[in-house]
Design a protein around this ligand. Sequence first.
Ligand code: SAM
Ligand code: SF4
Length: 344
Amino acid sequence: MSPGLQAASLGPFPSPADGMLVDPQGRRLDYLRLAVTDRCNLRCQYCMPAAGVTLGERDEILSIDELIRVGGIFAGLGVRTFRITGGEPLVRRGVVSLIAALRALPSSPEVLLTTNGLLLADHLDALADAGLQRVNLSLDSLDPATWATITRRDGFERVRAAVDQVLARGMGLKINMVVLPGTNDHELAAFADLARERPVTVRFIEPMPFVGEGRLCGPGITGTEILAKLAGSHAIEAEPVVAGSVEKLFRIDGFLGRIGVIEGHSRTFCGTCRRLRLDARGRMRTCLYGRPSAFLRPLIRAGAEDSALIAAIRQSVAGRLADGVASELDHRRHNLDSMVNIGG
Ligand code: SAM
Ligand code: SF4
């Protein structure tokens, strides 16, 4: 029996006095990545196989009302930040009203969005009105042809334009670039330069084995190697590490913005990780690298009271393992799902 299931079978996990979600290692979990769809208008090489992934039937996906209900339950358990993701969240009808509803919860949680940017211009005003505070924009190349090779689709100009459109709207912006050796790693300096006159954080992400085939989509690269390359063009200076954050941040003298690395494959941040994940079908994960450890959709559709959903969430948290390496080892099939299904 896996450690996760052993923990689950021990019975109800004692909840802390304030009712918040705390895992067996004492980490408070107050951040939920909420995937609202498994559909996407791009086909990024590092995220899914060329043939795409098997999509859920429409009724397998949580409805907007179900997402709002679940969001309210997590907020009641102390979740202070919701990150809306997917698939591509902006292809999901109703996503703006979901964001507005989450922002309107009594605890006024922070609501953030991760998007590939293709549809952002169409939704920016409505998103701002709904109370969206910050956007993470995925942009893997500044060269149209390279971008098209990585995403297997057209639309570069729209995504590139979104950088300044988000800033002009007064929203916070982080740009996520997955570093793919031999494909876009010669662009690191150009990406860092985006932060010269813009108040953005440009983050370089280690590629992770989430193509849906249990492997990386090409050669890997570590955060240390990325920083060594950047040091050749920019004098970077580390900022203090913020506990609970997945990014290591760096300032560059004279730059308005900053840069960061996310060591998602090296997994250097697990010790203070405070993230939970719910995919579009209602499967909850306590680690990106782990198996789903609660399935909320059948409970919801069977008419479960909030108390039953809370019990399932707490039991899932009670089985949380120490880090992403332990979670991956526990993953019996050793074939991690596609990121388009998990939500990043
Ligand atoms: N479609 C949206 C987007 O691309 O921003 C949201 C979903 S996407 C799965 C969330 C994030 O995961 C993106 O920043 C994407 O670059 C990142 N991602 C996807 N697959 C990855 C992989 N194999 N390794 C590292 N990052 C990955
Ligand atoms: Fe779609 Fe985002 Fe995956 Fe690219 S990374 S295929 S945009 S879900």
